[in-house]
Design a protein around this ligand. Sequence first.
Ligand SMILES: NC(=O)c1ccc[n+]([C@@H]2O[C@H](COP(=O)([O-])OP(=O)(O)OC[C@H]3O[C@@H](n4cnc5c(N)ncnc54)[C@H](OP(=O)(O)O)[C@@H]3O)[C@@H](O)[C@H]2O)c1
Length: 323
Amino acid sequence: MSNMQRIVLAGGSGQVGSILARHFHTQGCEVVVLSRQPYSAPWQVAAWDAVTLGPWREMLEGTDVLINLTGRSVNCRYTEKNKRLIKESRVQSTRILGEAIAQMAKPPRLWMNASTATIYRHSFDRAMDEDTGEIGGHEREKDAPSTWRFSIDVATRWEQAFFSAATPKTRKIALRSAMTMSPSRGGIFDELLRIVRFGLGGAAASGKQFISWIHDADFIRAIDFLIAHEEYMGPFNLAAPNPLPNRDFMKALRQAWGISIGLPATQWMLKAGAVFLGTETELILKSRRVVPGRLLDSGFSFQFPEWPAAAKDLVARWREAQP
Ligand SMILES: NC(=O)c1ccc[n+]([C@@H]2O[C@H](COP(=O)([O-])OP(=O)(O)OC[C@H]3O[C@@H](n4cnc5c(N)ncnc54)[C@H](OP(=O)(O)O)[C@@H]3O)[C@@H](O)[C@H]2O)c1
């Protein structure tokens, strides 16, 4: 990638944003993060409120790449208030970025907007790619728990706000990402490893539900690939090509950590534990069998296509980062 690129990361202060900001900064790009609470960083951090137009617009003029990662974390109880924040923070930030771009003399050349692999239906039976995958508002979802339907509703409205924005000079890609695994503290991998370290990393509920995941190195490589290939637009699944059942996923993580036994968690234990931790069981129980059809078709190759090798690498890096 050319090192002269200017990259704006809206909502770039979080887990994924920090990975990308560090990467682009190291590559010599000019990085700007838009945050509601500016902080000091090796790159520029500018203020915005993620809802209304403001001076932050100037940051976008003539930018090569805008990546919008804004969104209230879904790792919480789905109370009415949290549900409103989860949906509004994503839809409103996307809408206001679209409005800003529509008014620009020199709009960003590429706009990537976060979306989620959870947009597809709960699926054990077959893998979901971009062309044949079923978006989860599907009839078969009608018996699904209401939180699952809520997540799909958020994801579809989020993408609608993105693709309906009138920005004809800007290439647009929706990032339907699976869980991005990195060793950073407080991230999803750190949380999963904590369960394993405490001897509780057995299968969750039936253990048959699929886990879709992507190693952070491949996430970064996929973003670079999509930036470089100007012919691509639309939705892309950012997930490793081999999602696997929760039971096997946890077993490989235990092996990578070096313990063989993990106590299993039944559905009611997960529900009780989720209330205690303040999270939703959907994050663990929904079967996400999502594959990167378009990336593979376009010749992208994964450095970590299989979970056991990815888990080993992540555990080693997690240990290295120990204080
Ligand atoms: N992490 C994953 O594995 C994963 C997988 C699939 C999809 N995604 C999606 O990718 C995006 C980035 O994920 P992430 O893990 O980096 O998220 P994150 O760590 O929660 O960061 C998201 C950022 O959004 C901003 N934000 C939080 N609440 C907000 C609100 N109420 N209104 C406006 N802005 C708010 C925050 O920035 P400031 O406080 O600085 O403003 C925060 O740093 C999210 O939209 C997420 O849904 C993530």
